[in-house]
Design a protein around this ligand. Structure first.
Ligand SMILES: Nc1ncnc2c1ncn2[C@@H]1O[C@H](COP(=O)(O)OP(=O)(O)OP(=O)(O)O)[C@@H](O)[C@H]1O
Length: 321
């Protein structure tokens, strides 16, 4: 299993180190550490009340941390706020716009307050979020999805290194959710920007993110890589469960029993199957050992649990999606 500390913080765009938030004696966020790397879309996943919004508000510098620190491109949110926050684009809750102004005029208004933003950049972010044809419309006529995308466009204007979004698909219909997902993926790819997005919807995270950070009761439960097929990622050192269907079950059991590298989890005599726990990189050694003992192998299958199965286990059965 990937552990957040396995990843060197030096090459992280965003790094949380031991971040905690206490309110009224209660730890709402508890010693949270994880990293987000360049161009990565990372999901902050957890059931309602897990502490996602509080975490995101601390990253964006909107509320103070009780302990720990957040580094953005190496600058501390606590001690070098201005330098750190320059690299952050965030949408927290609903973005505020002037409803009687057009989308374009809203972005121009933002440009006036940050006069180094060029007109070209405005056009670029408008294209990135697919609002080219809506720029002359008043914001009050925008759908929720369009408003969210205008919010993302505004958050991108100052060319941040990391974009932080709190539940951006809340209230969107399925088509709007799919659109948002496609735009976020495009933005990460084309801008080389890192995105941290919170959600309580597992399926949504599996479809959008390359990694998910799972939290529960303010604590980190696990960090998982999402495989291309939507399953869990695989590292040579990861422990995996593998089913071997063999010709001579008892002999195979003895062979495995003598090997330190594998642990027999289950024996299914009727199917001639053994289920082992071992490191991914040791699977070929198992095959060699069975071959040397002249035990026929009919099938080898890695038994994968879906992220959902695992999530239910981690959170003690609290379904999140
Ligand atoms: N200002 C506050 N005072 C007291 N308790 C708070 C405060 N802010 C948050 N909490 C509590 O902290 C916990 C985490 O809240 P938070 O909003 O961060 O969770 P969340 O994961 O974003 O949940 P949701 O998906 O429901 O928004 C909740 O139990 C919430 O009631």
């Amino acid at each position: 299993m990937n552990h957040p500390n396995d990843i060197q913080a030096e090459d992280a765009v965003l790094s949380l180190r031991g971040v905690s938030k206490k309110i009224g004696g209660k730890r709402i966020v508890d010693q949270l550490s994880f990293n987000v790397h360049e161009g990565e879309v990372v999901g902050l996943l957890g059931p309602n009340g897990a502490g996602k919004t509080t975490t995101i508000r601390m990253i964006a510098g909107l509320i103070q941390m009780t302990e720990g620190d957040v580094f953005v491109r190496g600058s501390s949110i606590r001690h070098e706020w201005k330098k750190a926050i320059r690299h952050v684009g965030a949408i927290i809750e609903n973005p505020e716009f002037y409803p009687y102004m057009t989308g374009y005029d809203n972005l121009k208004q933002y440009q006036r307050m940050n006069d180094w933003i060029s007109n070209d950049r405005i056009n670029e972010v408008v294209r990135l979020v697919g609002l080219e044809n809506a720029m002359k419309k008043k914001v009050k006529a925008y759908s929720l999805g369009m408003r969210q995308r205008l919010g993302i466009a505004q958050a991108l204007l100052h060319e941040p290194s990391v974009l932080i979004l709190d539940e951006p698909t809340n209230g969107l219909d399925p088509a709007g959710i799919r659109e948002m997902r496609d735009y976020l993926k495009t933005i990460a790819r084309e801008e080389g920007i890192s995105i941290l997005v919170s959600s309580h919807l597992l399926l949504e995270m599996e479809q959008l993110c390359s990694r998910v950070v799972v939290i529960q009761d303010g604590k980190l439960v696990t960090v998982r890589t999402i495989g291309e097929n939507g399953g869990s990622g695989q590292d040579d050192k990861d422990l995996v469960r593998v089913m071997f269907r063999v010709g001579h079950l008892e002999e195979a059991r003895k062979v495995f029993g003598n090997l330190e590298k594998a642990e027999i989890l289950k024996v299914e005599p009727e199917q001639n199957e053994l289920i082992l726990s071992l490191r991914y990189k040791d699977i070929p050694d198992m095959v060699t050992a069975l071959g040397s003992a002249q035990i026929p192998i009919y099938q080898i299958t890695e038994l994968k649990e879906s992220l959902e199965d695992e999530f239910l286990k981690w959170t003690g059965g609290n379904r999140i999606a």
